[in-house]
Design a protein around this ligand. Sequence first.
Ligand code: IPM
Ligand code: MN
Length: 351
Amino acid sequence: MKLNIALLAGDGIGPEVIAQAVKVSDAIANKYGHEITWKPALTGAAAIDAVGEPYPDDTHETCVQADAVLFGAIGHPRFDNDPSAKVRPEQGLLKMRQKLGLFANVRPTFTFPSLIDKSPLKRERIEGTDLVFLRELTGGIYFGERGRLNNGNTAYDTCTYHRNEVQRIAKKGFELAMKRSKKLCCVDKANVLESSRLWRETVQAMEKDYPEVEVAYEFVDAVAMRLVQWPNDYDVLITENLFGDILTDEASVISGSMGLMPSASVGEKAKLYEPIHGSYPQAAGKDIANPLATVLSAAMMFEDFDLAEEAKAIRDAVNKSLAEGVVTEDLAEGEKSYKTSEVGDWLASNI
Ligand code: IPM
Ligand code: MN
């Protein structure tokens, strides 16, 4: 297969972890006879420095032309500590999601047998956890009307959803549930919020089209609690943008390190793959960041191209590296640790 992949390394540790995903993907291409053409493009603080814009039009064009986008991370402390900054790297991410129409953010949480005791939760609580959040990504409070009133003394952000926006993400949820264990949880706050009541009634109306799927409706506060109590009760969860942002960070630590969880963001056409962690600026340039979330994001990309064997080869190599202790310092716990680039080399040569 010939694949054109836009490569958006971004900021902080982005370039380092992306480089490992490229190594691993090239090793896969070599082994299985595919041809990957990487199309690097600027994004985030790096793009602001170069052209004054975190998601330049050129970058958008590269993404639109590509079969998929592999993305590192964006964000820089220089902007976080400057509330008056006119452009922020994160705006690039939001613009990219919106312009590419990436309305469904697929964020799995699973455990690795060799890391089970690294989780902050007890082994018996998390064994067997394998769940997927489908977070709505282009609507809700992230994109609603916002502003200031009363000379800046009052601020507001609005959460708005159209029924169609709920239907399209719910459809993905039902379809994914059908491929998995036919359990779907709709996470909302329908006891308080009107937008949540729209979510709930929309999903309820769709139940008849998927009679085999057992749907549960749970309030977001209860899910936040149950997620760390009994994570393995859940399978597929759908939720709106902000609830999904918060709950997927919470879920990500179940596996033992935030540096492990991959994600995909998909729309009608575009597909983007990225680790769920951020740009981790403290580690930038040190060759110490864990590249596995990005490498596993590349595996999700192969999976979506119907290259299941290739995806499995990546996951097998990752599992083997974990089992054999070829890990970065976040997972080494006083044992020997490897550099980001060494883990990438090991995975590529293993493949
Ligand atoms: C994420 C991030 C982004 C979000 C930020 C960087 C805008 O936290 O991808 O979860 O809030 O969506
Ligand atoms: Mn987040």
